[in-house]
Design a protein around this ligand. Structure first.
Ligand code: NDP
Ligand code: GDR
Length: 326
């Protein structure tokens, strides 16, 4: 039975990935951090998942975790992942989302120094690395031009992963994942902010929704589909980098159309107000990914479409909000 260690197990992707690997018969360890972290209670309920304590900024804790888990596969999903927050906490984001990757690579390298390819390593790279539009659609070879401290930190982690592969012969792969969402998405991200607000508005719990830039376009997929791609990358003979995307792009306005329409509201304009404070110092205007390489080499393709996913999120939020008031 293979063993996996997942950092960021309490996040959206960590939850889906741990369930996927447990269903495949893996022994799964998740790294959790902090004192009184309420999200740890959620992962404790996942049957069979074993927890280890550690923090991406603390190399010795990662070494301990890797030596305790003795993993065949490591999925480095831990990060400060909220782009807007990364300007407020640029140094902390660089430490966790950037240097944290180096720490995890080092812990892995030291653990398997006798045979560098023994452990397979996945790095959660991001379409935010593309930033300012250079080419459409974006693919593995597109020039990186990050637009936020988060994006810059992800570029550092991405190149460090490639460097460890090239320098030490490690089996280290990077998934350049475009935005992916689900009912488990954090409420600070725009899809969930919208679906949660729609649910609260139809239930009479909230009157309006404040948003920033409605014209940004994203290539939104379903998180459950994207964690399959992570696993597939680590099953390849050779480590590599892959774009994971749907190949469709939609604006925030289109997201609002789908979410409100599903709740029976055809015209959302009177419910949404613009707050200039929610505009970002630098925006990523257009993301649309070309995942041909992953489709051809991994045999991966997304199963859940944009509209189906947003409707699923609205339904889940209506159920959650109803339960919270009953
Ligand atoms: P989440 O924000 O939901 O989860 C982030 C995870 O990182 C949490 O488990 C959090 O743990 C953990 N974490 C934060 N700081 C530290 C730290 N100092 N040490 C250890 N762990 C820490 O992110 P997602 O699940 O959405 O994304 C997973 C990864 O994929 C992230 O690296 C993200 O940047 C990247 N990504 C995500 C995309 C998306 O659209 N979702 C697209 C492309 C890349 P805690 O509970 O303790 O806060
Ligand atoms: P993103 O996701 O920055 O793409 O990063 P987010 O959902 O935060 O923003 C998407 C777009 O929506 C616009 N927007 C708003 N965003 C938020 N959060 N709140 C608002 O009120 C709002 N109004 C408009 C934003 O300006 C932006 O253009 C996500 C994260 O998961 C990263 O970790 C990951 O790497 C990338 O996706 C791919």
């Amino acid at each position: 039975m293979p063993t996996a260690l997942i950092t960021g197990v309490t996040g959206q992707d960590g939850l889906y990935l741990s369930e996927l690997l447990l269903a495949k018969g893996y022994e799964v360890y998740g790294l959790v951090r902090g004192q009184n972290n309420p999200k740890v209670d959620v992962v404790r309920r996942i049957d069979g998942l074993k927890l280890l304590y550690g923090d991406l900024t603390d190399l010795s804790s990662l070494l301990r975790a890797v030596h305790s888990a003795r993993p065949d596969e490591i999925y480095n999903l831990g990060a400060i992942s909220y782009v807007a927050y990364s300007w407020e906490n640029a140094r902390l984001t660089s430490d966790v989302t950037g240097m944290g990757v180096l720490n995890m690579l080092e812990a892995t390298r030291l653990y398997c120094a006798d045979d560098p390819g023994r452990v397979r390593f996945y790095q959660a790279s991001s379409s935010e690395m593309f930033g300012k539009v250079q080419e459409v659609p974006q693919r593995e070879s597109t020039l990186l031009w990050p637009r936020s401290p988060y994006g810059v930190s992800k570029v550092y982690g991405h190149y460090m992963t490639i460097n460890y592969r090239e320098s030490y012969g490690m089996h280290a792969s990077s998934g350049i994942l475009f935005n992916h969402e689900s009912p488990r998405r954090g409420p600070e991200f725009v899809t969930r902010k919208v679906t949660r607000a729609v649910a609260r508005i139809v239930l009479g719990l909230q009157e309006t929704l404040e948003l920033g830039n409605l014209d940004a376009r994203r290539d939104w997929g379903f998180a459950g589909d994207y964690v399959e791609a992570m696993w597939l990358m680590l099953q390849q003979e050779t480590a590599d980098d892959y774009v994971i995307s749907t190949g469709e792009t939609h604006s925030i306005r289109e997201l609002l159309d789908v979410a409100f329409a599903h709740a029976g509201i055809a015209d959302w304009t009177s419910y949404v107000s613009l707050n200039p404070e929610l505009l970002r110092p630098a925006e990523v205007d257009l993301l649309i990914g070309d995942s041909t390489k992953a489709r051809e080499q991994l045999g991966w393709k997304p199963k859940v479409g944009f509209e189906e996913m947003i409707r699923m999120m609205v339904d889940a939020d209506v159920a959650e909000q109803r339960a919270s008031v009953s």
